[in-house]
Design a protein around this ligand. Structure first.
Ligand SMILES: [Zn+2]
Length: 246
């Protein structure tokens, strides 16, 4: 999920170009000069707003400072984002992620979740970590309508995949993996996942059993017909998906 030497080399190269910098109480934001002076403070404001919400919902103390960097390199990331830990830990936002304030908020909420996940949260299956990140990205953006429609049932076998195995999938397989994570989260609900984490029930088997029990969707979730389902999948936060290329 997080360690891509090619990506890191690219980032080191991008360090050379001057740009804009903005700070907030939780960290700093670096933006290439050609993306405009207003982008860095806009991202910083969203960082300041989103981080406490994410940490509060996860029930953890914020791990700061956070470094957010906007990168322009379609060879590596097609307008998506990532958390990189080596050599410098930072959140990367691609140019699609900064399309407007909604995509900034949603992407930051997603990536801040990865940034902050710690302790027992890191013991849950990787596919569910993605589901939690999508959920919190939607939550901080007020985009809760995407939770109201269920897609196809997710394959419980995906609970056994490590992040290394997930990122070895084809681009299409990886997209399906992310979809499945969000689908699992919708069916289990964030409250249920959090309760299981707090109870130390973090194994793939525990979540597979819970998914089996959650066959009937929660009251506020109506199963979608085929046309609705495809519409929802299309409008789900696909713009946040990470697509490592090359
Ligand atoms: Zn993610």
């Amino acid at each position: 999920m997080r360690k891509y030497q090619g990506l890191i080399l690219c980032l080191l190269a991008s360090c050379a170009s001057p740009g804009y910098r903005a700070t907030c109480r939780y960290g700093e934001v670096l933006v290439p000069r050609d993306l405009g002076e207003s982008t860095a403070p806009l991202i910083a404001r969203n960082l300041e707003r989103c981080l406490p919400i994410v940490c509060s919902l996860l029930g953890i103390e914020p791990r700061t400072p956070v470094l957010v960097r906007v990168v322009k390199d379609d060879r590596i990331w097609l307008g998506v984002s990532a958390v990189v830990e080596e050599p410098t830990r930072e959140i990367l936002l691609g140019h699609e992620a900064i399309h407007d304030e909604g995509t900034i908020s949603e992407t930051l909420g997603h990536e801040l979740t990865h940034w902050e996940l710690q302790g027992p949260w890191l013991q849950i299956p990787f596919v569910l970590q993605e589901g939690v990140a999508y959920y919190l990205g939607c939550f901080v953006t007020g985009k809760m309508n995407v939770l109201k429609t269920l897609g196809p049932p997710p394959d419980p076998a995906l609970l056994d995949l490590s992040w290394q195995e997930a990122y070895a999938l084809s681009p299409e397989g990886l997209k399906e993996f992310h979809d499945a994570g969000f689908e699992m989260l919708k069916r289990l609900t964030f409250a249920k996942v959090k309760a299981m984490v707090q109870a130390g029930q973090t194994s793939a088997g525990a979540f597979a059993a819970a998914l089996g029990d959650a066959e009937e969707p929660p009251k506020d979730l109506a199963p979608a017909g085929p046309s609705q389902a495809s519409g929802t999948r299309g409008s789900a936060p696909a713009d946040l998906r990470r697509r490592p290329v090359g």
